[in-house]
Every structure is written in C-alpha cells, then in structure tokens.
Write a protein of this length. Structure first.
Ligand code: PLP
Length: 422
C-alpha cells in the first residue's frame, strides 16, 4: 500500500506488492506458529498466577522476590524445561552463555562444539581467541570442535565419532547461523544431536539459543537439550526488556548456573529485580508475537531483494529456524547505501548516517544500521555487515512488520537513488 508519508519509487512499490502476493502462504504459516507460541506463553502466565504483586520492586539483596521466582517458572514452562533463570542483570547474550558454561564446566572437562566455530564473542570466553584473560581455557577446560559439513549442516558421522571418542562434558550447539552464511539448525536437528550425545556419552547438551526462541513451536529442551541460554534484547525480551538474559534446562544444572550467577550458597535466592519485573514479564509475554513480526520482516526482505536481483538466504519461501536474513549486495558502496537507507526508516535516530568503522574484535570495518529504543537490540530492525566480500548484509528484527517493511523499502530506495538498482 502506498501512503503519503514516504516517497518510494513506483517500481519498488510494485515489487513490494508482488512480494506480498508471493509470500502470503509464508505469512500464514508464521501466524500459526505465533498463535501457538503466544497461547503457550499466555497459559504459562495463567498457570503461574502472575499478578500485579509480582511487579513490585525489590532492592538490596532481593530476598524473596516473588516476581523473579514466578518469571523463572513462566520461562521454564514456555521453554519446556524443568527450571530457568531470567535476569535483567545478565548484561548480554555472551555474558549469559558465559555464566552457563562456567556454571557447568570444571577443570579437566572438555567442551565440544559440534556446529563449527562458535559465534565471535564466545571465542574469548572459550579461550580460542585472545581476550583479557579469565577464559575457560585459563581454568583448565579443554575445547574441541567438529566442523560443519560442506553444505553447512551438522556432520552427523563426525559428530557421532567425536562424541564417542572424546567423551566431552558438554556438547555445544549454536542454533542460529549468527553472522555466517551457514543454515540455522532446526529444533529437530538439535534433537538429533542430543540423541547422539546421550546415546554415546554422559555429555550434557548445551544450546546457544540466541535468535531462535519462538521461531518454531518447540524449543530445544523439549527435544533433549539439557541447557539453553539466550538474550533478552533479542527474541525472548519481546522488544520491551531493557537488558538481560535467560538460562533454562535441567534443574540440577540451573542450580549450578545460579551458583555462578551470584555465589555458591546464595545462588538464586538473591538478586534484586529493581523494578524490572513488569517489563520482563511484559516482554516475555510479547516475545512470540514480536518474533513473528521479525520473521515476516525477514521474509519480506528476502522476497523484495531477490526480486531486485540479489542473492538472499534464507530464500523467501524457505522454512526458517531463526530471525536472521542475509542479502548479498556484492559491492561495498551498495552495502553502505542499503544500511544508510534502512537507518533512515528507523523510529529512533533516523537522521544518523551510518558509515563503515573499525570495530574491536573484527578484522574488517563494519557498518551497522540500528535505530532502536533499546541500544543494540537486534529484535528491533537492524542490519550489520563487515566490509568484506561478498558484501553481505545481515538483517534482523522489526518490532512490527508494518514499520520494518518501510525500513526495508527505504534501504532499496537508497540503493536505487545511488544507481545500484535499475
Ligand atoms: C547475539 C548472539 C550471541 C551473543 O549475544 P550478545 O548479546 O551480542 O552478547 C551469541 N550467539 C549468537 C548465535 C548470537 O546471535
């Protein structure tokens, strides 16, 4: 639909309309998953008797914070897990994953990644990339990895062999593609790895669940994962949580993670919620819906840019296992125009012009489009791209499809203005 508020070239409006028709079945399928997950979370909140009294602020040590305890139980139900920890004080997804790994690994143990090299920011935690010290490696925890097969999928034979031979303490799975071109894992594929691990070892199966929450109707613990962790400024915070993370899984493991989160002895009994409970509940409640909006935005971007002649992954009609969409823009200046156009359609900081910049931890310059209510929240429409061949933009998020659609159209418009799209 053409509204009077933005100027979009008729050729792009037409491509957008064609994309809408092409992806109708996808949108319906996303709505079905959203409805299922939304009712799952609603039922969990009703079953746990969530009430206004759970939103009361605690301070100091935060003893007896009923809201914190109820939220943990709601999350456990929604993730199909025995137990969970949901905390605003987990500073990032990486911090959350780090707490969980340090929580369950002990000196001499082996951590085995079976989905290739983990996400960039986890590497210093493991100690396979120089960090500031204090890595798992510093504490005598070993690391090995099984590469993905040539098609980017798990290498089933190599995984079975490595688990049998090495008898790891933790089998580590990354559900999302992160910022790589490999496909994301489905919950069924995660279940298949969990089965291999449990049949061939005593290993516990750990899933980096970032970007995957509520994309399918089941979550990894329902398929045999022992522990999962993720960020609240991605899917699970529903665009409302201002910071935080969650860990869910087996009760004995959650207890170990709680000892690492605070201290052995105090565990989950302390941790003042400081008035964040209402936003964490509301965000978790909204998470299935917002994840659906982000998925629709990704499908739209895939359809539009494929129509405009660019390689996209996943394809518009492909089944999705996370909210990330890559668009291969082939030229550095096209990538810059894409990100600048997307930024110009953000509800916050639309006037900012993003430029490629040196970033700590990256070998190439990086450009980011992010005009978000919560700094760095990638459940809000955002795009990131390292300036390296083949100049791929990774976009994700969208608090609501109608606004994200315009951000995506403005990315295409800026590319057209710069002469990249005919
Ligand atoms: C985002 C992400 C992380 C880390 O989360 P931060 O909040 O950026 O620290 C880890 N793994 C994956 C797959 C992610 O997408």
């Amino acid at each position: 639909m053409q509204t009077p508020f933005f100027t979009i070239d008729p050729s792009l409006t037409k491509a957008a309309e064609e994309t809408r028709l092409q992806t109708q079945a996808q949108f319906l399928a996303i709505d079905e998953v959203t409805e299922y997950n939304q009712q799952k979370v609603l039922a969990a909140m009703i079953q746990e008797g969530v009430s206004e009294s759970h939103f009361v602020e605690t301070t100091g040590y935060g003893y007896g914070d009923r809201g914190r305890e109820a939220l943990d139980r709601v999350a456990a139900r929604a993730f199909g897990a025995e137990d969970a920890l949901v905390r605003h004080s987990l500073a990032s997804g990486t911090h959350t994953l780090s707490v969980a790994l340090f929580g369950v690994l002990r000196p001499g143990d082996l951590l085995l990644s079976v989905t290739g090299i983990p996400y960039d920011t986890i590497r210093p935690v493991i100690g396979i990339k120089a960090g500031a010290g204090g890595s798992l490696k510093d504490f005598g925890i070993h690391y090995a990895q099984v590469e993905l097969a040539a098609d980017g999928l798990p290498d089933w034979d190599a995984i079975t062999l490595a688990i049998g031979e090495k008898q790891p303490k933790v089998v580590y799975i990354q559900r999302s593609r992160g910022y790589t071109l490999r496909p994301s894992l489905s919950v069924a594929q995660i279940g298949r790895i969990a089965k291999i691990a449990h049949e061939n070892s005593d290993a516990l199966v750990f899933v980096d669940n970032c970007y995957g929450e509520f994309v399918q109707t089941q979550e990894p613990p329902e398929m045999g994962a022992d522990l999962i962790a993720g960020s609240l400024i991605k899917n699970a915070g529903g665009g409302i949580a201002k910071s935080g993370g969650y860990i869910a899984g087996r009760r004995d493991l959650i207890t170990l993670c709680a000892a690492r989160l605070t201290t052995p002895g105090t565990g989950r009994e302390i941790g003042a919620s400081l008035g964040h409970n209402r936003e964490l509940f509301m965000g978790f409640f909204n998470a299935p819906h917002v994840t659906g909006e982000a998925l629709k935005s990704a499908v739209f971007a895939a359809g539009l840019f494929e129509r405009l002649g660019y390689a996209v992954s996943p394809a518009p009609l492909e089944e999705r296992y996370d909210i990330i969409q890559s668009v291969c823009l082939r030229e550095p200046d096209a990538l810059v125009a894409f990100c600048q156009g997307m930024q110009s359609g953000a509800p916050v900081d639309a006037f900012v012009v993003p430029l490629p910049w040196d970033m700590p931890g990256y070998d190439e310059q990086v450009i980011m489009a992010a005009g978000a209510f919560t700094a760095g929240a990638s459940i809000e429409l955002s795009a990131d791209a390292p300036l390296r061949e083949p100049y791929t933009a990774f976009l994700q998020g969208g608090l609501n499809f109608h606004s994200a659609k315009m951000g995506i159209l403005l990315a295409a418009q800026k590319m057209k203005d710069a002469g990249w799209i005919q």
